[in-house]
Design a protein around this ligand. Structure first.
Ligand code: UDP
Length: 474
């Protein structure tokens, strides 16, 4: 009998790749009939290889392998001269690899010992549905965000078929099937407002292509988003199989040991942790307001502060060589008994640490799931992507977070200074033992762990997905 194989096409952005790999591991360990998973990797223009952590996945799970597809002969991005959104850039870049992917799949299917049974595509790699169709294979979407946001993207598509235009900042609240409450326009992601740059078009494109797929694999769990799960308006099955987290993440940087050693010395449940994801950074005036708030709050804190890239360059921030230069004079000295400022933080270890009591987050979906898993209540300070919507979800829809500045946006309008008073108030409320959010987060933390166990909701969704994948074989 032929070995059954799935082809995965992930987005190589680390936060998409991590949860997709976790899903692949779960699936292959769960269902013995699926004997292998091949990741076809499209490297970013500045990459030459996958990282060591990704390579090590194959060493511990040989049924998962990674094949790097060659780049197209001409770089499609070199021909773009007008301003363009990251979403459209990613779409054009992925799409330009169609023939390379097709060749790689041709090689795979020519192996008589294997039978490819489907494609699992990152939510932003939907153009590869065309390749799957050429091989008459079903496509499944790996949705690395939440069910609510999936509902939002489907809504964008439906709305586009009715109105045909992007959103406007003066629009009324949107009624979206996955949200219990009307959604204010100021928490919608930036791309949906774009007249130029193609962000809106990219969202519409993906929402349209979603309709051609056989299922949405979502990094969430039913107990977290019961309303969204039950009310999402799509005939396509939704499989919430999360939370898909990498608990063994090798996250050691030079300062990691120092951070954990410092936390070891703090009293249990006493520290507020401020960390803003892989792209998070602030202007010096904003850092000053944050420093004032932390100093006045009298809370113990661990604060990840990162250096912005030069203007207009879309690369990740870096660590400061001397962070003191961007903080108020004497700040570090004054707070040295109760505060630590670091660069890239070992976030998962910090959240798991007994001294951590609260988390100010940019609301990246992985960060939210990590906070919930470890039962650490969060205050929301979104920056970009779908983070404002995630903040709305956490605070208004689920009652699991404290609003700090839900409508903040990094760069452009909405990035006005958040003043120290507002920050201090949210921090103190987050750390207050009387805050009802604490108990709710504790409960959902237990539910998140249960969901993955044998018989839990995500376990059952995974089982159903595996059965459906086998049913959908031509
Ligand atoms: N992260 C970390 N240290 C940091 C910042 C981020 O370990 O200083 C990790 C965090 O644990 C999470 C990921 O990077 O797993 C960020 O993913 P998320 O989806 O929250 O946000 P994004 O980086 O995509 O904006």
């Amino acid at each position: 009998m032929k070995k059954l194989e799935l082809v995965f096409i992930p987005l190589i952005a680390p936060t998409h790749l991590t949860s997709t790999i976790q899903f692949a591991k779960l699936l292959i360990q769960h269902d013995q009939t699926i004997s292998s998973i091949t990741f076809l990797i499209i490297l970013l223009p500045n990459q030459t290889d996958i990282d060591q952590a990704t390579k090590s996945v194959s060493a511990s799970e040989p049924r998962i392998r990674f094949i790097i597809v060659p780049p197209p002969t001409t770089n499609p991005l070199s021909q773009i001269s007008s301003p363009i959104s990251v979403e459209m850039l990613a779409h054009i870049f992925i799409e330009s690899h169609k023939s390379q992917i097709e060749q790689a799949v041709t090689d795979l299917v020519s192996d008589d010992s294997r039978k490819v049974i489907g494609f699992v595509l990152d939510m932003f790699c939907t153009s590869m549905i065309d390749v799957a169709n050429k091989f008459n294979l079903p496509s499944y979407i790996m949705f690395t965000s939440n069910i609510c946001f999936l509902g939002f993207l489907l809504h964008v598509h439906t709305r586009h078929t009715q109105l045909g235009v992007e959103f406007n900042k003066s629009d009324p609240d949107s009624v979206i099937s996955t949200y219990r409450n009307p959604v204010p326009v100021d928490v919608l992601p930036n791309p949906v407002f774009e007249k130029i740059g193609g962000g809106y078009d990219a969202f519409v494109y993906h929402g349209t292509r979603f309709k051609e797929t056989k299922g949405f694999i979502v990094n969430s769990f039913v107990e977290l988003e019961p309303y969204a799960f039950n009310s999402i308006s799509t005939p396509i099955p939704v499989y919430p199989v999360g939370p898909l987290l990498d608990h063994k993440k090798v996250n050691r940087t030079n300062g990691s040991n120092e951070v954990i050693n410092w936390l070891d010395k703090q009293p249990p449940k006493s520290v507020i942790f401020l960390c803003f994801g892989s792209m998070g950074c602030f202007s010096e005036p904003q850092l000053e307001q944050m420093a004032i708030a932390l100093e006045k709050s009298n809370q113990r804190f661990l604060w990840s502060v990162r250096k912005p890239p030069p203007d207009g360059v879309h690369v990740a921030p870096t660590d400061y060589t001397n962070v003191e230069t961007v903080l108020p004079d004497g700040f570090l000295e004054r707070v040295k008994e109760r505060g630590m400022v670091c660069g890239w933080a070992p976030q998962v270890e910090v959240l798991a640490h007994g001294a951590t009591k609260g988390f100010v987050t940019h609301c990246g979906w992985n960060s939210i799931l990590e906070g919930l898993w470890h039962g650490v209540p969060m205050a929301t300070w979104p920056l970009s992507a779908e983070q404002q919507l995630n903040a709305f979800l956490l605070v208004k829809e689920l009652g699991l977070g404290v609003d700090l500045c839900m409508t903040y946006r990094s760069g452009g309008s909405g990035s006005e200074l958040v003043m120290a008073g507002q920050i201090e108030k949210a921090i103190n409320w987050l750390m207050d033992d009387e805050n009802p959010v604490r108990n709710r987060v504790k409960e959902i933390s237990e539910k998140s762990r249960k969901a993955l166990k044998n018989g839990g909701s995500s376990f059952i969704a995974l089982q159903k997905l595996a059965e459906d994948m086998l049913q959908n074989i031509d």
